[in-house]
Ligand binder design. Structure first.
Ligand code: ATP
Ligand code: MG
Length: 230
């Protein structure tokens, strides 16, 4: 186990393909400084979600390396790595349990009150209360009673509760209407402040709403992205 204290992320010449002969990432290099928010921007299929998956070690890189605080993540125990990272994936899968435990999974020592505060911050609390069983509602793995956007908000509540050093948001607000989006962005901005954040975003307003300094990384197919700081 290794300790990540600052949360600096370095991709160094990362190469990756899902199937032989079709390289998705080719010598991709970039740095996210501790506490910085970086947006991954690029066309569909350019590898944005792949970058998120590699950082969470769903897959291992095939060339180059990914460092957190200078430590190669392929040499860190998966559990140890994942305890420092919170992910809101493109397609959130819930656990076969009730909503309360799905949120509490972010930090299992959290009290019921802390779970509800996270749900309020993620703008999902009222939706949960609208169910006859409230927080005890069983959602099942496919989250049958929740829309895509609502499932993402459960994942956001989980991440708020976990408050990890590194936050990965894969199009966290794409499935939401604009009012809900604004509400959540306000709370996400609070959560992401002082945390290293990598966010896949499609619209410029999403980036600005995250607040503060951000760097946009324009990912083009089969090319090393340029870094741009504003
Ligand atoms: P989008 O904006 O549509 O979410 P993206 O930039 O996140 O796109 P990725 O999901 O990273 O794109 O996918 C990059 C490429 O890798 C795509 O061509 C996709 O078809 C391919 N790909 C993704 N997942 C797999 C997989 N599990 N097996 C094989 N190919 C995959
Ligand atoms: Mg994607």
């Amino acid at each position: 186990d290794l300790l990540f204290i600052e949360g600096r992320v370095d991709f160094q010449n990362v190469c990756f393909s899902y199937t032989a002969g079709k390289e998705i990432l080719s010598e991709v290099s970039f740095t996210v400084m501790p506490g910085q928010t970086v947006a991954l921007v690029g066309p569909s299929g350019s590898g944005k979600s792949t970058i998120i998956r590699l950082l969470f070690r769903f897959y291992d890189v095939q060339g180059g390396c990914i460092l957190i605080d200078g430590q190669d993540i392929s040499k860190v125990k998966q559990n140890s790595l994942r305890s420092y990272i919170g992910v809101v994936p493109q397609d959130t899968v819930l656990f076969n349990d009730n909503i309360r435990e799905n949120i509490r999974y972010g930090r299992i020592s959290a009290s019921d009150q802390e779970v509800e505060e996270a749900a309020v911050a993620a703008d999902i609390h009222h939706k949960i209360l609208s169910f006859p069983d409230g927080y005890d509602t069983e959602v099942g793995e496919r989250g049958l009673k929740l829309s895509g956007g609502e499932k993402q908000r459960v994942a956001i509540a989980r991440t708020i509760l976990k408050s990890p050093r590194i936050i990965l948001l894969d199009e966290a607000t794409s499935a939401l209407d604009s009012q809900t989006e604004r509400n959540i962005q306000a709370s996400l901005a609070k959560v992401c402040a002082n945390h290293t954040t990598l966010v896949v975003a499609h619209r410029h307003e999403e980036l600005l709403a995250m607040g503060g300094l951000y760097a946009a990384m324009w990912l083009k197919q089969q090319q090393t992205p340029e870094s741009e700081v504003s």
